[in-house]
Ligand binder design. Structure first.
Ligand code: XMP
Length: 435
C-alpha cells in the first residue's frame, strides 16, 4: 500500500517522539532516524515526502557537535529545520510552540503544501498493510505468542489471528498473580470469541511454591521472571514446527533502544531468556505504533474496551502488592480489594481519568473491632496516581464519598481486612508500587 512518510532526524531533542506523533495526528506516517542517515538510506525508505531536522541544545555527543550531512539537504526533499541554525534550508524555525495542538498547526502547511504529502495513515490501512506483511513474512509456517492479556500482546494476537488464523498459537501463563477475572477474560475473548489456538497454563501453585517465604522484592521479581520463561519454554518445547515468535514491541521500544543521542537508553524489551537452542525469527507487527495507536488498532480489530484501555500492570503482578513473603490469604485480600477498587472507579468514571490505581496489603495486622469483639486483621492501602512517564507521579485527589464507599465495601467484603488507608505520597519520594 502506498503510504507517504515524513522523516524526523534525531539531533538529541527530547521532542522527537512528540513531533512524530504530531505528524501522525495529521494523518501522515512519520518515523525518527539518526542525524547521520546517509542519502542512500534515506532514498531507500518508502514514500518519503519531506524531512524535519529536529535540533536543540542536546546536539553534542561525546564533546562533538552533531549535524546533518550536506548531501541530505541537497537530496531534493523539502526540509524543515527547528532550533538548528546550521541547517541548509529556507524553512527554519527557532523553536517548537509550547502546546501539541500548536505544533500540529505549524506542521500542517509544511507537511501538506510544501511536501505535498497525502493524509493516508489510518488504522484501516495500517491493519491491511500489516496483514499483508505478516503473510509475506510467515507464509504457511507457525507462530508462537506469549499472550499476557496486556494491551500490546492482546493486539498482536488479534492482528496475527486476522493474518494467519490457526497458524498462530498463543500461550497464556497464569502465574497466580493476575487480577480477578483476568485469565478468564483472556480465555473468553481469544479462545471462545476469536477462535484462537490458546494454550492456557495454570501455573499458580508452581509460582506460589517458588515464592514461599521470599521477602525481598527484587528476589520476588527475579523468581517470577525466571519461572515465567521456564513455563513458557516448556510449553514451546511441546509444540512442533514453530519457526516464529511474535512480540508486542512498540515504537517507543525501538526509539529508546536505537537512538545514538539519547542519554537514557532502555534495552529493547522482549520475551528474552529463551535458551540458545530455541531460535525463532521474530514477528513484530506493532513496531511502528505508539501506545495510543496500539489501542486504536485493538479497537479496530474488535477487542473489548476493558482490554484495550487497561491500566498499566507490572509483570510480577499482584506479587509486588502483597508485601513481603506472599501468603494465599493476603494475596486473596489484594485481589478482592483491587476488584472492588476497579469496580468503584469505573462506576465513578475515574477509570478513564486516573493513570494507575490499585491496592496493597502489608504483612502486618492491627487491632480492630468486629461483631462486638476484638479482631486482629490486615490493612488495605489504596494508591491512585497520575503521571506522564511513570518517572514522577502525583496523587489523584479522590472525592471523600468515593473513598468512604470503597472503604466500607473493603472492610465488609474482603476477608481478614479491618482497615483502609489512602496513600497520599507523590513520587518522589514514594515509588508508584510499594515494592
Ligand atoms: P515504580 O514503582 O517504579 O513504578 O514507581 C513505575 C511503573 O512501573 C511499573 N512497575 C513494573 N512493571 N515490572 C513491570 O513490568 C516490574 O517489576 C515493575 N515494577 C514497577 C509500575 O506498576 C508503574 O506503572
Amino acid at each position: 500500500m502506498k503510504q507517504d512518510m515524513i522523516v524526523i532526524l534525531d539531533l538529541g531533542s527530547e521532542q522527537n517522539t512528540v513531533v512524530a506523533r504530531a505528524v501522525r495526528a495529521l494523518g501522515v506516517y512519520s518515523e525518527i532516524y539518526p542525524h547521520d542517515i546517509t542519502v542512500e538510506a534515506l532514498r531507500a525508505l518508502p514514500g518519503v515526502k519531506g524531512i524535519v531536522v529536529n535540533g536543540g541544545p542536546n546536539n553534542v555527543v561525546d564533546g562533538e557537535t552533531i549535524t546533518v550531512a550536506d548531501a541530505v539537504y541537497a537530496a531534493g526533499y523539502p526540509v524543515l529545520a527547528v532550533d538548528h541554525p546550521a541547517a541548509k534550508t529556507d524553512h527554519k524555525l527557532d523553536a517548537w510552540p509550547a502546546s501539541e495542538e500548536e505544533m500540529k498547526a505549524l506542521l500542517r502547511p509544511f507537511v501538506f503544501e510544501t511536501c505535498g504529502a497525502e493524509a493516508n495513515w489510518n488504522m484501516t490501512n495500517f491493519i491491511a498493510d500489516q496483514v499483508e506483511r505478516v503473510r509475506a513474512q510467515v507464509g504457511d509456517k507457525k507462530v508462537l505468542l506469549a499472550l499476557s492479556g496486556g494491551v500490546d500482546s492482546s493486539v498482536v494476537a488479534a492482528l496475527l489471528l486476522k493474518a494467519i488464523g490457526s497458524n498462530l498459537t498463543c500461550v497464556h501463563v497464569n502465574h497466580g498473580l493476575l487480577r480477578k477475572g483476568e485469565p478468564e477474560q483472556v480465555v473468553e475473548v481469544f479462545r471462545n470469541q476469536m477462535n484462537a489456538n490458546l494454550i492456557y497454563v495454570d501455573a499458580s501453585d508452581r509460582f506460589l511454591g517458588k515464592l514461599a517465604g521470599v521477602k525481598d522484592p527484587e528476589q520476588k521479581r527475579k523468581i517470577i521472571g525466571a519461572e515465567f520463561i521456564r513455563v513458557f519454554e516448556e510449553e514451546a518445547r511441546k509444540l512442533e514446527g514453530i519457526d516464529f515468535l511474535a512480540q508486542g514491541t512498540i515504537y517507543p521500544d525501538i526509539v529508546e533502544s536505537g537512538t545514538k543521542t539519547a542519554k537514557m537508553v532502555k534495552s529493547h524489551h522482549n520475551v528474552g531468556g529463551l535458551p540458545e537452542d530455541m531460535q525463532f525469527e521474530l514477528v513484530e507487527p506493532l513496531y511502528q505504533l505508539f501506545k495510543d495507536e496500539v489501542r486504536a488498532c485493538g479497537l479496530a480489530l474488535g477487542l473489548p474496551d476493558e482490554m484495550v484501555f487497561r491500566q498499566p500492570f507490572p509483570g510480577p503482578g499482584l506479587g509486588v502488592r502483597c508485601l513481603g513473603a506472599i501468603t494465599r490469604e493476603r494475596l486473596e485480600a489484594v485481589r478482592e480489594s483491587d476488584a472492588i477498587l476497579r469496580e468503584e472507579f469505573r462506576l465513578a468514571g475515574l477509570d478513564k481519568k486516573v493513570w494507575q490505581y490499585f491496592t496493597i496489603v502489608p504483612d502486618f495486622q492491627s487491632v480492630g473491632v468486629r461483631d462486638n469483639a476484638r479482631c486482629f486483621e490486615y490493612p488495605v492501602i489504596i494508591r491512585a496516581v497520575n503521571t506522564v512517564d511513570a518517572m514522577t507521579a502525583s496523587i489523584e485527589p479522590l472525592d471523600w464519598s468515593v473513598l468512604q464507599k470503597i472503604t466500607n465495601r473493603i472492610i465488609h467484603e474482603v476477608k481478614g481486612v479491618n482497615r483502609v488507608c489512602y496513600d497520599l505520597t507523590p513520587k518522589p519520594t514514594g515509588t508508584i508500587e510499594w515494592e
